[in-house]
Design a binder for this molecule. Structure first.
Ligand code: SAM
Length: 294
């Protein structure tokens, strides 16, 4: 049986420009509004389809270089098309942020929006990398999502997935075990609490400020959420089902979201934190010594 359109979408993470309007897009201006001065270099970590880089290049004429690091080849290709009009001002690198390579750039601004949970439990590696790639006085602007976690350790998208799997016949109480059996970490585990994150980043970075917003997701139809899930999470959750059942899974996620929309007036909401981080002064001064945990 050939894969359905939504399965192909999940494999290639296609349709993100449209899907991200539901949640992730709001981080873009929120983060860029925090940029001060006239930055010359900006690095975006997990740059997706290049939307933040595109906006930044348009907003900050001082930017001589906007660099994107991204793992997905499909997203890199879409970003390259989007950023082509900027010529040499935009550079994209294929990169795994859990094992980031050194780059010959220091940036006044480094950004990372809606990505950090995918790097769990190795976030400290990207924090160390950022400390080494910030220019003196530079800022790391990071957004992190914090869904509530229930007794089974599930929260955020995990809950919609549980509702979908239950509708397809898995008892609700068995969903956590089914995910674990396939090595799928619940998103509510991947998204550390603010205190946990503070402990992980403190050896590398200093908190200069923060802001919070509530990310509320609403939809106009079940299909809209079905495509949001496929474009955002790909087959991360769907892999727990055999191939022929995956199209039903995406449909069931959409139906669960639509049911919630009708019952609650929204599909989900969760706090999002915007962190403003700087390198420790000792590190910027070039002593080469990482400071002890702050
Ligand atoms: C939810 S999207 C966010 C994209 C963009 N930053 C935004 O705010 O719209 C998460 C992005 O992180 C990328 N990503 C996840 N894990 C990664 C890794 N280990 N290395 C590089 N990129 C990664 C994904 O491919 C995806 O493009």
């Amino acid at each position: 049986m050939s894969p359905s359109a939504v399965e192909i979408q999940a494999r290639t993470l296609a349709g993100y420009a449209d899907a991200s309007r539901l949640r992730q897009v709001h981080d873009r201006d929120w983060v860029l509004d925090r940029v001060t001065g006239s930055p010359e270099t900006l690095i975006d970590l997990g740059s997706g389809i290049g939307q933040l880089l595109d906006t930044a290049l348009g907003r900050f004429p001082s930017l001589r270089l906007a660099v994107g690091l991204e793992r997905s080849e499909h997203r890199l290709a879409e970003a390259a098309r989007r950023l082509a009009p900027y010529g040499d001002r935009a550079v994209l690198h294929a990169a795994d942020l859990t094992a980031p390579e050194q780059l010959p750039y220091r940036a006044q601004v480094i950004t990372q929006t809606s990505v950090l949970h995918w790097l769990y439990p190795d976030e400290d590696r990207i924090f160390a990398w950022v400390a080494e790639h910030l220019a003196p006085g530079g800022r790391f602007l990071l957004t992190t999502y914090h869904p509530a976690r229930d007794a089974q350790g599930l929260g955020g998208e995990d809950e919609l997935v549980r509702e979908a799997l239950t509708a397809l016949g898995t008892p609700a109480a068995s969903v956590a075990a089914l995910l674990a059996a396939h090595g799928v970490l619940p998103i509510a585990t991947r998204t550390r609490t603010v205190d946990d994150l503070l402990a992980v980043l403190a050896p590398h970075l200093r908190v200069a400020g923060h802001a919070e917003r509530d990310a509320v997701v609403t939809v106009d139809s079940a299909e809209q959420y079905e495509h949001f899930h496929a474009a955002t999470f790909g087959d991360y959750y769907a892999q727990v089902l055999p191939g022929p059942r995956r199209a039903d899974f995406y449909r069931a996620v959409g139906a669960a979201a639509w049911r919630r929309q009708n019952e609650r007036g929204h599909v989900s909401h969760m706090p999002v934190r915007l962190w403003e981080l700087t390198a420790h002064e000792e590190f910027v001064a070039g002593t080469g010594n990482r400071p002890a945990r702050a």
